[in-house]
Design a binder for this molecule. Structure first.
Ligand code: ATP
Length: 367
C-alpha cells in the first residue's frame, strides 16, 4: 500500500490538452473515485498513474518515489479494465495466478494466494472453468482477483462495472466496497456514474474538460458543490437550475417571484437587474398545503407533466409558466398526483443555491 501524489500533471496529445493542473494526494489505503462526463480526462489520469501514459509535465509519486520515468511493470500497481481482459485459454485459477507466476513467486505460495483470493471473491467453485463458461459478473470478479492476488501497492480500476447488468452491478459494487474494507489497498476508480462515485468513494474528484472541479467526501460535495457543473452532475434526479433576474422584490423566474432569504440579502450584494442561476434539489421541494400561513413567497405554481411512482418515492416533472424548465420534484411514495394537475410547490429556501450566471461558480451558500 502507498499514497499516490500528483503534482500539476498535464497531458497534451498534439494540440489537445486532455488534462491540466491535476494535483491531489491520495492517502495510503483510501478509495478515491475520479468522476466526470465522457472526455473529461479521467482515464488519462488513471493511465498516467499506471504508467501507460506519459505526463507532458508535472510529477507523479507513488509512496515517496517519483514515478515519471519508471516503467509500468515496475510501479507495483494493478489495473482492471471495463472489458476484463482475461486469458481465454486459461482457467480461473490460472488467470488469478498469472501475475504471480510472471513474478516467479513460489508455487506453494501461489496456490495459497489463489485460494485466499477465490474465497474472498466467492470464486472457489469456479476455479477450473474457462472465462467463456462464466457470467459477466463472474468474469469481472476473476479480473479483480487477478489484480488483488498480486497484492499491489495501488489498485487502478477503469469503469470495471459498466459491462454488467443493473442488478449485478449493484451486487459487485457492494462486494468491491467490502473488499476494499478488508484489504485496505489504495484504490483509484474511474467512472462516469455518479451513483458509483457517491457510494464507493472516501473522496471524489469531479473533473470536467480536463480540470478538477472539486475534491471532497461524497456528502460534502453533494451538500456544497463548488459550481453548476458539480451541482448538476451529482444527484439523480439532478439539482434544478432556474435562471432568475434579481429584483428588489425577489428572484424573477418567468412569471413568478421567489423570495430572497433575509440572510442572503444581508450577506450578499445582489445587484437588481442582474441574472443568477438558482439551484434547488428535488428533495427540497414539497407540495404547498399551507398557503394560508403566508408562505406563498417561496411557492411556485406549476403544472405536472410527468409522474414516476417508484414505490418509496414519487418523482414528478412540472412546468413553470413562462419558463421552458421542467422542475424535478421528489415527493413521498404515498403522494397521489396526476399529469395535468396544477400544484403549488414549496421551496425550502434554507437549501437554496445561487450561482454566478456567467462563471457558474457558487456564490451562495458561502463557504
Ligand atoms: P470516457 O469516459 O469517454 O472514457 P475520459 O474522461 O476517460 O472519457 P479520456 O479518455 O481521459 O477521457 O480523454 C480525455 C481527452 O483527451 C478527450 O478529449 C480525448 O479525446 C483526448 N484523448 C485521449 N487520448 C487521446 C489520444 N491518444 N490522442 C488524442 N487525444 C486523446
Amino acid at each position: 500500500m502507498a499514497k499516490v501524489r500528483l503534482e500539476e500533471i498535464k497531458r497534451r496529445f498534439n494540440n489537445v490538452t486532455a488534462i491540466e493542473d491535476i494535483s491531489f494526494e491520495i492517502p495510503d489505503g483510501e478509495f478515491w473515485v475520479l468522476v466526470g462526463p465522457s472526455g473529461c480526462g479521467k482515464s488519462t489520469i488513471l493511465r498516467t498513474i499506471a504508467g501507460l501514459e506519459t505526463a507532458t509535465s508535472g510529477k507523479l509519486f507513488i509512496g515517496d518515489r517519483l514515478m515519471n520515468n519508471i516503467p509500468a511493470r515496475q510501479r507495483d500497481v494493478a489495473m482492471v479494465f471495463q472489458n476484463y481482459a482475461l486469458y481465454p485459454h486459461m482457467t480461473v485459477a490460472e488467470n488469478i495466478a498469472f501475475g504471480l507466476q510472471m513474478r516467479k513467486v513460489d508455487t506453494k505460495l501461489i496456490q495459497e494466494r489463489v485460494g485466499t483470493v477465490a474465497r474472498s471473491l466467492s470464486l472457489e467453485h469456479l476455479l477450473d472453468r474457462k472465462p467463456k463458461q462464466l457470467s459477466g459478473g463472474q468474469q469481472q470478479r476473476v479480473a479483480l482477483g487477478r489484480a488483488i492476488a498480486r497484492e499491489p501497492q495501488v489498485f487502478l480500476l477503469d469503469e470495471p462495472l459498466s459491462n454488467l447488468d443493473a442488478q449485478l452491478r449493484d451486487d459487485t459494487r457492494a462486494e468491491l466496497k467490502q473488499l476494499h474494507q478488508e484489504l485496505g489497498i489504495t484504490t483509484v476508480y474511474v467512472t462516469h456514474d455518479q451513483v458509483e462515485a457517491m457510494t464507493l468513494a472516501d473522496k471524489i474528484v469531479v473533473l470536467n474538460r480536463g480540470r478538477i472541479q472539486q475534491i471532497g467526501e461524497p456528502q460534502s460535495i453533494y451538500a456544497l458543490p463548488n459550481n453548476l457543473m458539480v451541482a448538476t452532475f451529482l444527484g439523480n434526479p439532478p439539482m434544478n437550475i432556474l435562471s432568475a433576474k434579481y429584483t428588489n422584490d425577489g428572484f424573477d423566474v418567468g412569471e413568478q417571484l421567489i423570495a430572497v432569504p433575509e440572510v442572503v440579502k444581508e450577506k450578499l450584494q445582489l445587484r437588481p437587474g442582474q441574472n443568477y442561476d438558482l439551484g434547488i434539489r428535488p428533495e427540497h421541494i414539497s407540495i404547498n398545503n399551507n398557503s394560508a400561513l403566508g408562505v406563498q413567497n417561496s411557492a411556485l405554481s406549476v403544472e405536472v407533466k410527468v409522474v414516476e411512482p417508484l414505490g418509496r418515492e414519487t418523482l414528478i416533472r412540472a412546468s413553470l409558466p413562462g419558463s421552458t424548465v421542467l422542475l424535478n420534484v421528489q415527493l413521498g411514495g404515498n403522494v397521489r398526483v396526476n399529469v395535468g394537475d396544477r400544484l403549488s410547490l414549496q421551496l425550502d429556501l434554507t437549501q437554496l443555491f445561487i450561482f454566478d450566471s456567467i462563471t457558474g461558480d457558487r456564490i451562495w451558500p458561502e463557504s
